[in-house]
Every structure is written in C-alpha cells, then in structure tokens.
Design a protein around this ligand. Structure first.
Ligand SMILES: Nc1ncnc2c1ncn2[C@@H]1O[C@H](COP(=O)(O)OP(=O)(O)OP(=O)(O)O)[C@@H](O)[C@H]1O
Length: 651
C-alpha cells in the first residue's frame, strides 16, 4: 500500500495554532523537548502494553529507548523512539489535526490580539506542534510496530498551511522527528546545552534517554560521512527509572513537577501532590497531584477527563484515565497508580468490579483528602487553599452528596462566603462559622440564591444582620443539593433562613443589655393587630392559589415583604434551578411574609379601592420574587402595575 507524496492542508484551527508557534516570542521555547520526549515515552508505554498480547510487535528488538541527537552541519535536531509508531492513517489523524477538543475551543475563542500573545501558549497542550517554535521545517518518519518495513510514513511540513505525507521504507519501528532549526535556536546544537535541557525534561521518564557522548569524535579530515556517523557513541543521560518507584527522599521537588507535566500534559506546576507506597496485603504506589488551575479543556461538568489517572501494573503502563481509582468528585486529580497485585491483561470492565481496585481506591481517596486537609491547615500559605478552592471547590462539594463515608471530612474542607465579610470570595469554613456563633446560637444559618449579589441582598437576612448573626451566602448551583445532604455540622443543624417558620434559637446572652432585650422581643411570634389580620385575610383572598399562606414576618426589618418556603417545601432557588434544567420540580406555593412596620404595609391596610388593592397585592408578591433573584410570572403586567401605581402617587 505504497502512497505517493500527497500534499494536504491543515485544518483551520491547526493552521492557527501553528502560526502561533511559528511567530511565538514565548521565552521558554525549550519546552518543545519536553513535549516530544513525553510523546516518545507515551509511545513506548503503548508498545509495551500492546506487546503483552502480541510479543511479535517487538520485532525481535526489545530495547525501549528515546534518542536525542543533532547534526551541527545540517542544523538539525532529532528525537527518535522505539515505541509503537504510527501508520499513514494515524499520522494524518494525529498530526494533521488537533485532537484535544479543549485546545480547539480555546483557539477558536481567541481574539486577534490574543493570537499573538505568546504567554497564552503556555496555557494549553500544544504537544507535537511546539516543534515549530524552534524549527523552520519538521520531518516525521514513523512506522507502526509489526507493520512491514515498506509501510513507513514520512510527514513533512514548514507549518505554513500545508503538509505532505508519503510512504517510505523504514526498517525500524517507532518514530523519528527531525527539526530543521531556525536561526534563532541554533544554540540547541551545543551538546552540553542540549544535555542540560534534556536532563531537565527527562529525568523522571521511565525509559533511557540517550544522547551522543560529550566528546568531539576524532575524525580525520576527508574521512567519509558514514564512518563519522558510526563514530558517535551514545550514553543514557537520565535516571531511567519510573519516578514513583523511587524513594521520596531521593526525588527533587522539580522532578515531581516535571513528572506532573508529563502525566497531565499541563504546562503549569501542580499545586500539591502526595506520593505513597502501600506494602501490606496489597502492594501499590500512588502519586497523585492537584493541578494549580482548572484545566480549560474540561467543561463545567469535567466530563473531558483526559489525562486523569494512569494505571501501571508492576511498572508497565496499562491505561490512561483509569477513572475507577477515584470517585467522580475527585476527577480533577492527576497522577499514577501502580499495582503489584493486578494482572497485566486487565480490562476496564474487569477493573470496575474488582476488589483490589476498591481497596486501592479507598486508600487513594484517603490520601487525597489527607493532602487537602494539610493544605487547608497551612496557615502560612492560605492563598494555596484559596486557589484550590476557587478552581475545584464546586467539584469537591459533590463529595458531600456522593461519599457517605467521607462526608464529615469533606464538610470540613468546604468554604463559603458569608455575611461576616460580605465579600464574594469563599473563605469561611463551617468550623470558622461555629467558632463565631453568638452565645446561645445552636444552628448554622444559610441563604441560597442564584448569585452572590442576590444572596447578599436577600431580604431574608434583615433580622440576622440586625442581630449580628452570621449567615452563609450560598450561590453555587450545587449548594442546594449540598445542604440537602448535610443536615448538620458538628451537631449544629444547618438551616435555611428562607424556609419554614423562623426560630431564632438564641438563648439569653450573659451580657444582655437593653438592646438585646429589645431584640429578644422580636423573637417572639409577632402579634398581628386587628388591622394587619384583616389585611392578611384580604391578601390571601386576592392572591388565591399563588400563596400557601400570608403571615407576619419575623425576618424583615426594612423590606415590606418576602417569600418563604414551607418547612417541607422546595426553596424557590431550587425550584428555579430544577425548572431551568428542564427537571421536574414538585412546585410549591410560597408563604408571603409581611413586615407590619413598613409604610407600604401600613398604608395598604387602609386601601379601600379593590382594584388598587389588587395591584398593590400583586406588586408586593412579585417584588418579593424579584428580590430573591426570581422572575415574576408575568413581567409585563408587573411593570404595567408599577407604572400605574407610580402615576397614581405622582398624581
Ligand atoms: N512519538 C510518537 N509516537 C507515536 N505516536 C505519537 C508520537 N508523537 C505523537 N503521537 C501521536 O500524535 C498524537 C498527538 O500528539 P500531540 O503531542 O500533538 O498531542 P497529545 O500528546 O495527544 O496531547 P497534548 O496536546 O496534551 O500534548 C498523540 O496523541 C499520539 O497519538
């Protein structure tokens, strides 16, 4: 199946990415070596895995290695591996297009200015294409392991919109990438410099990385080129042992960081990691990392979980994205698990139901939670946990819902915004809240809303603000479910300020002064005067089924009205979320609460005109919906009513 040379066009986004590479002024260009060595190592891992089933793939040569070489005269740098290689179809599919959907989206969204912003390069996986940062032209020769020698492929491009592919003779399996260096990067041809870079990016790689021995080969002038080539001797320049098998005390921080970049395809250093070996009935090693920022190629639901956990069995790579080793709520974790107990030919299905996997998973979860607890307790660097929380807090919250066993531990890791600072940053733990509770306060109060502003300005908070009682401001979608699964924290009940009859459980404060006594009075069920009672009846009649009840409020001090869910009801925020998501909501008629001291309520009692009364009643009801971030059922009629009432007032 020999193919003549074909010229093909890059797809639009690949072209854009290549342009960014070619014109990049990114200061850290040497990272192309990390990318190519990382790909080579992955290719060797894949070969070793495939060879478990089919030993012939080795073609009689079991040497697994990467070789980095250079030719000062031709000004080329070559990275070659003895890995799985690619066939023609794989080359066109993998090298001509951008596989990662996240990278695609990212590039599609870039504005004109951003396209020339070099720093952006560091933010997404550029992989193979990074070669174009240092090269005017790149040639890739490859042959799939097990394929005949005449099914080699040569891919060539200068990165300017087109590439060529053709079949070639390639006696050895694997991939060889040759970069024709551009003028600015010729210094890479100096052995010691190149060696430094290669070491930096390969010490953690499990396979030998070879480079030419660092002496000038003694060649006589006039000696033929071939003899000169064979004179080059190679030596291994990295440690070539799987990083996670080494003892922690022998591993430098930088090596951990580089290894993270290799497994996660992230460009940034990780935030934190945990490395541990278990040597009991089961024998396994885990090396797990938390990224420093939320990978942009994950959608909000983090479904695009490429580059999650890599599974190795006795140092042999088995699979990427071994999601069975961690629960969904820890899907942001990256790293490696290596088991001594599993067999090499395990399938995904087998692992899902496996006892060994379950035990390993339990330990892995424990390790991650230990690590997060440590980070949260690091009072010298509070910004680190804050960074973690901002990136992954919403995901970790799901753990409260999913993981009964660890609910208590996860609850301690939660952070919320609260009325203590009234700032949107979520930095209050439940323990902080409990510590600040007022004398005699037993419950933890929260309000849920669609946004921080809606939560912060909720009328339900008025009495709490008056009394100086802190309220957690929950404004993340998952919070509604979270509180549903977290009835209490350290024996303090979590209570919504917008549900049920308000029962402010403050006991008598020791230093109760007159002001406190005054506020204690507010705790008692407010007596409704005859006038207010009549108003309540009239409102019930007018609003009909829209309300479950109308009553005097104990929550309001400055707003005229608010809505409250019955104690068994669904909060209006949850009701809205369910409806927006197209889900069934049991629906509820809320309770309308009135502030009898508000001038509108006072005046409304005296309203004699029935039509005007109806307008006022509806406006009060709709206003209460609006103030908690909802939308009146009929916004146009609401506006009409408001306008009419305003005209009447002006009149
Ligand atoms: N040395 C190689 N041997 C075999 N296949 C390779 C090699 N280098 C790259 N590939 C194939 O090409 C694909 C694309 O590589 P590329 O480096 O562009 O992206 P990636 O490694 O998949 O992800 P990332 O963009 O995050 O680095 C790889 O997934 C792999 O299938």
């Amino acid at each position: 199946m020999s193919e003549k040379k074909q010229v093909r066009k890059f797809e639009a986004q690949t072209s854009q990415l290549l342009k960014m590479m070619i014109h990049s002024v990114y200061s850290n260009k040497e990272i192309f070596l990390r990318e190519l060595i990382s790909n080579a190592s992955d290719a060797i891992d894949k070969l070793r895995f495939a060879a478990i089933q089919d030993n012939d793939l080795y073609e009689g040569d079991t040497e697994l290695k990467v070789r980095v070489s250079f030719d000062p005269e031709a000004k080329t740098l070559t990275v070659a591996d003895t890995g799985i290689g690619m066939n023609l179809e794989e080359v066109t599919h993998n090298i001509g297009t951008i596989a990662q959907s996240g990278t695609r989206e990212f590039i599609a969204q870039l504005s004109g200015d951003q396209k020339s912003d070099a720093n952006l390069i560091g933010q997404f996986g550029v992989g193979f294409y990074s070669a174009f940062m240092v090269a005017d032209r790149v040639e890739l020769r490859t042959r799939r392991a097990g394929a005949p020698a005449n099914e080699g492929v040569l891919w060539e491009s200068d990165g300017e919109g087109e590439y060529t592919v053709e079949t070639i003779e390639k006696p050895t399996r694997g991939t060889e990438i040759t970069m024709f260096l551009n003028e600015e990067n010729l210094e890479l041809l100096e052995n010691y410099k190149l060696r430094q870079i290669v070491r930096k990016y390969s010490d953690h790689i499990s396979f030998p990385i070879e480079m030419p021995v660092d002496v000038e080969p003694e060649t006589e002038e006039g000696e033929d080129e071939e003899a000169k080539d064979t004179a080059v001797a190679y030596e291994t320049v990295n440690q070539a042992s799987a990083l996670w098998t080494r003892s922690q005390s022998d591993i430098e921080e930088e090596e951990y960081q580089e290894f993270y970049k290799h497994v996660s395809h992230d460009f940034e250093d990780p935030l934190i990691w945990t490395h541990s070996k278990v040597e009991g009935t089961l024998k396994f090693t885990t090396l797990l990392y938390v990224p420093a920022r939320r990978p942009f190629d994950m959608n909000t639901d983090f479904e695009g979980k490429r580059h999650g956990i890599k599974l190795y069995v006795r140092r042999v790579f088995i699979m990427d994205d071994a999601e069975m080793f961690l629960p969904r709520y820890l899907r942001f974790v990256r790293g490696v698990v290596d088991s001594d107990d599993l067999t090499l030919n395990v399938s995904r299905e087998f692992l899902q139901e496996n006892r060994v996997v379950r035990a390993m998973r339990k330990t892995a979860v424990k390790r991650v939670l230990d690590m997060l607890e440590e980070l949260a307790a690091d009072t010298e660097n509070p910004e680190k946990y804050a960074k973690f929380w901002e990136a992954f807090g919403p995901v970790l919250k799901e753990g409260v819902i999913e993981d009964d066993r660890n609910r208590g531990r996860i609850a301690k890791l939660l952070r919320f915004s609260s009325t203590h600072s009234d700032e949107p940053s979520a930095d209050v733990s439940l323990a902080d809240y409990v510590e600040r509770m007022k004398e005699g306060q037993k419950k933890i109060y929260y309000v849920t809303a669609e946004s921080f502003a809606a939560a912060k300005n909720s009328p339900h908070l008025e009495i709490f603000r008056d009394k100086g009682i802190e309220v957690l401001l929950l404004h993340d979608r998952v919070d509604e479910w979270l509180v549903g699964h977290l009835p209490e924290f350290e024996e303090h009940e979590l209570v919504s300020v917008a549900m049920g009859e308000l029962d402010l459980d403050l006991g008598k404060s020791e230093d109760a002064d007159d002001a406190d006594e005054e506020s204690e009075k507010k705790d008692e069920t407010p007596e409704a005067s005859e006038e207010i009672q009549a108003l309540i009846e009239r409102l019930k009649e007018t609003l009909g089924e829209e309300v479950q009840d109308v009553r005097v409020s104990r929550r309001l001090t400055s707003s005229p009205s608010c809505l409250v869910a019955g104690s068994q009801g669904v909060s209006s925020n949850l009701d809205r979320i369910l409806r927006q998501a197209g889900e069934f909501s049991p629906g509820f008629a809320p309770v309308l609460e009135l502030n009898p001291t508000h001038p509108i309520i006072e005046k409304l009692s005296g309203e004699v005109d029935n039509a005007d009364f109806e307008d006022w009643a509806q406006v009060l009801f709709d206003q209460a919906i609006l103030s908690e971030g909802g939308k009146p059922k009929d916004p146009a009629t609401f506006v009409k009513r408001m306008n009419k009432l305003m005209v009447d007032l002006l009149g």
